[in-house]
Design a protein around this ligand. Structure first.
Ligand code: GLU
Length: 525
């Protein structure tokens, strides 16, 4: 590009047309879009900007933004997968705060080290397929993976051996039994890769002929690639605790060896050792969200753009997570929440919204199924608000879709407001107002929330809408106003409410007009 042709992104940023753009403005656009300043794709750009003083011109912008420009462009044009990241974050923060009140459940007891963690911790992290990130609460606190490493072990086995070989050794059905049950399927194989027997089997398929140190290195570097960052830490105390309390896992491995379920020549002690080590690798909700985002992104890690798993591996793994990832709550979770997810007794849940985002929730109190109590509640609430259930796209939903631009969010919100008004659902109306949506918008028939609340006789909803300052006499496409709807359906209290308010509003207006005519000097004067 020649020095005097200004890049369109620079022009978009240079709102005054003065030929200069403030560095703070560019950095804050990235921040508002949810792109953190440690994103490796933006490192060269942000470093360069910081070194170039407070303002830059078009030529400097052009020179500095060679790397990272496309991402900046998409952020400025609100073309990232969540275009209104601020709105999304505000809603998720409210869901976090509401979930924080839940103090139910108890710490996992069967590994002594897990029984000693601070139970009040609660971290939530989101990473989208474009690398937009949100972290709440204890999202940067380390915890051991536990069962949430099972999808990774299975995916790694698929990458190394392919589906056919892996499934010679592991089934694909929910077991209907608890995660460490001493049971195999009819073919004497573990039921699926998301329970202990299956995860031990996946582990046996990971470079079985390598020395243990190299096998462990392989796992940690794989996790580093999935998080787009450094290799993870390791909790030695958990590892020892894990090994010392592993009678059931030893029993499972011996049982599987007895029935020749393992690949020929498997060393079950080395396999168990690597499995315990995998459960003891440390992660954080932030890192786990990036791992989940790599799955959501078909196997490509969003912040680095590197392919870690093939699309087939991801498809197989998400199918298994969907069917069997939440212990004995998997069916109910798939029905109600509809996201592939894997939980661990550490209190973590890793959940995936394919083509949109990865989510990690961590809070150590677990329920009787072994799932984080707050984690489950948080994901339920999330899916009540946003259409993240696998099959939400098939139904006319009144949830928000953060993937769409503001306009579509507004039209979803209009639909939600109208529906809420017609049911007298004050909580939903309040939520939409808190989210910043106007209560005045109308559907394609010109029907407003006030029309619906009046026609259905919901006086509390009508009073609420009046307090929001809505237009009291909008006409729908048949020329009907809310007060006429109320009268036609025999809702006298509602009609009186609107009449009184309209009277007061019109006397307010006429006294405003009188005041204006007495206080303002007339043009003629
Ligand atoms: N380390 C645990 C075990 O194999 C994992 C338990 C879990 O999170 O479900 O017993």
């Amino acid at each position: 590009m020649s020095a005097n042709v200004v890049h369109p992104v620079f022009r978009a940023l240079d709102e005054t047309g003065g030929g200069k753009v403030s560095v703070t403005e560019i950095l804050s656009r990235l921040d508002q879009a949810g792109l953190p300043n440690d994103d490796p794709r933006l490192a060269a750009l942000t470093d360069g900007l910081r070194r170039n003083g407070s303002e830059i011109d078009g030529a400097t912008f052009d020179r500095l933004s060679q790397s990272g420009r496309r991402l900046l462009e998409r952020a400025v044009r609100q073309e990232l997968v969540l275009p209104s990241f601020g709105d999304f974050s505000a809603t998720v923060s409210r869901i976090y705060e509401a979930t924080l009140r839940n103090e139910g459940g108890a710490l996992a007891q069967y590994i002594p080290q897990l029984a000693r963690v601070d139970p009040d911790q609660f971290g939530v992290a989101v990473c989208t397929i474009d690398g937009q990130r949100l972290s709440l609460g204890d999202a940067a606190e380390p915890f051991s993976f536990q069962s949430s490493c099972k999808p990774l072990l299975y995916s790694a086995a698929l990458e190394l051996h392919g589906e056919a070989r892996v499934h010679d050794h592991i089934g694909r059905e929910p077991s209907g039994q608890s995660f460490n049950e001493l049971t195999l399927n009819k073919a004497s194989r573990p039921h699926n890769p998301m329970i202990n027997a299956g995860a031990i089997m996946s582990t046996s398929l990971l470079h079985a002929d390598w020395p243990m140190a190299d096998r462990f290195d392989y796992l940690t570097s794989l996790i580093g690639n999935l998080t787009g960052g450094r290799r993870p830490g390791f909790n030695n105390a958990i590892y020892h605790s894990e090994r010392e309390t592993a009678d059931r896992n030893f029993a499972l491995a011996h049982y599987m060896r007895e029935v020749r379920a393992f690949p020929e020549g498997t060393d079950i002690l080395a396999t168990l050792d690597l499995y315990f080590a995998a459960c003891s690798i440390e992660t954080t909700a932030q890192q786990m969200a990036t791992i989940a985002a790599t799955y959501a992104n078909g196997g490509v890690c969003p912040p680095t753009g590197e392919r870690v798993f093939s699309g087939d591996t991801v498809k197989n793994c998400l199918s298994m997570m969907n069917a069997c990832g939440m212990y004995d709550y998997s069916g109910e979770f798939a029905f109600r929440v509809g996201m592939p997810a894997k939980s661990g007794v550490c209190g973590a849940i890793m959940a995936v919204v394919p083509n949109v985002m990865g989510i990690a929730v961590w809070s150590p109190h677990i329920d009787q199924n072994g799932n984080s109590v707050r984690g489950v509640e948080f994901l339920h609430r999330l899916v009540e608000t946003f259409n993240f259930h696998n099959y939400d796209s098939l139904v006319e939903t009144r949830k928000l879709d953060p993937r769409h631009r503001r306009k579509t969010i507004e039209s979803n919100a209009t639909f939600s407001a109208i529906h809420a008004a017609s049911c007298g659902d004050i909580d939903e109306l309040k939520r939409l107002v808190a989210y910043g949506h106007t209560m005045d918008s109308a559907d394609y028939d010109g029907r407003t929330p006030l029309h619906l609340a009046a026609a259905e006789g919901h006086d509390t909803a009508v009073a609420f809408l009046i307090r929001q300052g809505v237009d009291l006499a909008p006409e729908d496409r048949w020329g009907n106003t809310p007060i006429e709807d109320a009268k036609r359906h025999g809702h006298r209290t509602v009609a009186a409410l609107i009449r009184r308010e309209s009277g007061e509003a019109s006397s307010r207006q006429s006294s405003d007009r009188e005041n204006a005519s007495t206080s303002k000097p007339s043009k003629a004067a």
